[in-house]
Design a protein around this ligand. Sequence first.
Ligand code: 5GP
Ligand code: ZN
Length: 143
Amino acid sequence: MECIFCNIKDRKAEAEIIFEDEYVLAFLDIQPVNYGHTLVIPKLHYDNFLTVPKDELDKLIHATQFIAGVVKRSLNADGFNVISNNGNPAGQSVYHFHFHIIPRFNKDFTLKPTTKIYGSGTMQEYGSQIRSLISKYKDIYNG
Ligand code: 5GP
Ligand code: ZN
């Protein structure tokens, strides 16, 4: 399957690469929300957050933290968003997992979505629904 981010990693497609090591590549997003908007990818292809093996995720998060700090400092940004879209309704358009690092400034736009209000007892219902699957799957988490 053709993947634009694999092509960038393999140098079959051009990108403004800012960081590379054995496991991770970072380059500027071609349609930046703000200038300096960076994408951080694992070199191996995994389609979303849930399919990245733990060891590689550790390396990816470590690199993302480092690059976010450098991007913020080099652009003199006031803050930044680290975002990952997973699945079509979440806005994912490239199915090679990546973190977005978006530099943010005090006089900037807002990324906040509209929020919902829990009805009486509903938060507890959602909590127990999720906790029951946490119990079911916690062996996976504990390895
Ligand atoms: P997603 O929508 O999957 O969360 O993010 C994909 C991002 O990849 C988008 O922000 C989009 O602008 C960026 N993108 C898509 N194609 C290319 C490309 O060919 N080069 C670069 N540098 N970024 C790309
Ligand atoms: Zn890929």
